[in-house]
Design a protein around this ligand. Structure first.
Ligand code: 13P
Length: 260
């Protein structure tokens, strides 16, 4: 069995004001076993990052931003730089979430620039990849995901790639309640890892956490965790309530959760 790091990440998307973030953490930090050292990460909106830094300090969890721009500073109205995220204690940044790619038309080139910028500032990039329903039905899911992985990494050296995290999130499973079957998710997460091995080495590919995302709930996490290439989850809707986010982590880790 692999000893790869397990990660459970909450992507709050455009949810939670500062007051709502405070309410979440007041409840969250009091759960026994929270911050059990198993890579719990919260991605709040930019406006709540400072509050998370103040509130999450008491437990060993990490936080990050849902997006950023690739430049350090400059005339880029409305954008947020990696330096600003560093100042707020962000250990992670989500890059290329499908909502960024689909709604805001973010390209593979922009994703790659952001990956490089994150590495420059020692922020750990969590890169999201995944196909639409149309692409899956048309038999193009694998091609799309392989292309997204390769495009995000052009010119990125192996020692930086080894610090990254990937999340396979099929677009048709996000927020729909229609989660991918564990075998489909395994196949695609395995494909991500195969591509990493192809581009770098089996050794590098073997140490990179690959997460599944898309309608993950306390009831379905355990089956994903049984798959050899799935190292955790990126969770949207079910991460908004402390109890359900914690149940996902608990059901994923089983006895290792209570032992920690
Ligand atoms: P849901 O868990 O709400 O399907 O969202 C998944 C997601 O997009 C996480 O980044």
């Amino acid at each position: 069995m692999t000893m790869r790091e397990k990660i459970f990440a909450a992507n709050w998307k455009m949810h939670k004001t500062v007051a709502e973030t405070e309410a979440f953490f007041q409840e969250f930090v009091n759960y026994p076993g929270v911050g059990c050292g198993h890579g719990v990460v919260v991605f709040p909106p930019f406006t709540a990052l400072a509050a998370v830094r103040g509130l999450a300090g008491a437990v060993p969890i990490s936080w990050g931003a849902q997006n950023m721009y690739s430049k350090d500073s400059g005339a880029f109205t409305g954008e947020i730089s990696p330096l600003m995220l560093k100042e707020l204690g962000c250990a992670y940044v989500l890059i290329g979430h499908s909502e960024r790619r689909e709604v805001f038309r973010e390209t593979d080139d922009e994703v790659r620039e952001k990956v490089k910028a994150a590495h420059k500032h020692a922020i750990r990039p969590m890169v999201c990849v995944g196909e639409t329903l149309e692409e899956r039905k048309g038999g193009r899911a694998s091609d799309k995901v392989v292309r997204q992985v390769s495009a995000a990494l052009q010119g990125v050296p192996a020692e930086q790639v080894a610090r990254m995290v990937f999340a396979y999130e099929p677009i048709w499973a996000i927020g729909t309640g229609l989660n991918a079957s564990s075998s489909d998710a395994q196949e695609m997460c395995g494909l991500v890892r195969k591509q990493l091995a192809q581009l770098y080495s089996a050794e590098v590919a073997g140490c990179i956490p690959v997460l599944y995302g898309g309608s993950v709930k306390p009831e379905n996490i355990a089956e994903y965790m049984l798959q050899s290439d799935i190292d955790g989850a990126l969770i949207g809707g079910a991460s908004l309530q402390p109890a359900s986010f914690l149940s996902i982590i608990k059901n994923a880790l089983g006895s290792r959760f209570s032992a920690s």
